[in-house]
Design a protein around this ligand. Structure first.
Ligand SMILES: Nc1ncnc2c1ncn2[C@@H]1O[C@H](COP(=O)(O)OP(=O)(O)OP(=O)(O)O)[C@@H](O)[C@H]1O
Length: 250
């Protein structure tokens, strides 16, 4: 992909982000801007703080210092209710699919609608929203199935549908292709790209998967020791002779 975004309106801005657990300084000055409609890939070796950064971004972890502005709002200034409201605009797809095993596909998709009643008001019939989300991932026929009846790739798509049902402006993907065979991984990536095109969502994608980064990124950041090490397009980073950068393209 690696086309640069023309319309540069920042939708997320992170400045000098610091987060430690005791003596473990996980994030140490991390900064980034995500623009509207952009797919930004964050790479970094295991334990480099990618997931901690995402958790700080949606207020699941409190950062020690620095600023995180999402859609014009400083995260640390929001109360519980405001944070909850903002989370309807920021969907996240965590590693693994995390569907509720005891609920049908339909009930899994209805769950966020019940939790975030404010966004859509009182919905009498959830069917149109559930069906639209399922159609977006090509799985309308699974409405009444249980998660155990789905393949790994289907579960990932249903999890994506559950994220989409709240119509977020930003989607955070944590290892979206991990554990999938190359063909299913490619299907998920194509789906992510079609959703981005249809709804003009912006996305941060954490991945170790070079094919994923090649296909989906407009821009990439490599995170080393809690701070940005290098930033650029896939093409720029993939030809870097720096061993720390090269390590990700082997
Ligand atoms: N709740 C926590 N308490 C203490 N330390 C934590 C906590 N959460 C994360 N860490 C530490 O923060 C560091 C970064 O973890 P993080 O999960 O962000 O890594 P990552 O880059 O996402 O790794 P991976 O690619 O393996 O998922 C690790 O050293 C981890 O042990």
């Amino acid at each position: 992909m690696s086309t640069t975004i023309q319309n540069k309106n920042p939708i997320i801005e992170i400045k000098d982000l610091q987060k430690s657990y005791g003596d473990n300084h996980v994030l140490d000055g991390f900064h980034m801007v995500l623009y509207e409609g952009e797919n930004l890939v964050i790479m970094g070796k295991s334990g480099s703080g990618k997931s901690v950064m995402i958790k700080c971004l949606i207020g699941l972890e409190e950062h020690d210092s620095g600023s995180i502005v999402v859609m014009g709002k400083e995260i640390s200034e929001l109360d519980h209710e405001e944070l909850d409201e903002l989370r309807t605009e920021v969907g996240f797809l965590f590693q693994g699919s995390a569907l509720y095993d005891s609920m049908t596909v339909r009930e899994n998709l209805e769950f966020p609608l019940r939790r975030h009643k404010k966004k859509f008001g009182k919905i009498k019939d959830t069917t149109p929203l559930v069906m639209e989300a399922l159609e977006n991932v090509g799985l309308a026929h699974t409405l009444n199935l249980m998660p155990e009846e789905l393949s790994g790739g289907m579960k990932r798509r249903i999890a994506l549908a559950r994220t989409l049902i709240l119509q977020p402006k930003i989607i955070l993907y944590d290892e979206p292709t991990t554990g999938l065979d190359p063909i299913t991984a490619k299907e998920i990536l194509l789906l992510m790209m079609s959703i981005q095109k249809k709804y003009n969502t912006s996305a941060i994608i954490i991945t170790h998967d070079v094919d994923c980064a090649r296909m989906i990124s407009n821009r990439m950041i490599l995170l080393v020791d809690g701070i940005n090490y290098i930033e650029g397009s896939f093409e720029e980073l993939s030809i870097s002779t720096d061993p720390k950068v090269q390590a990700f393209f082997k």
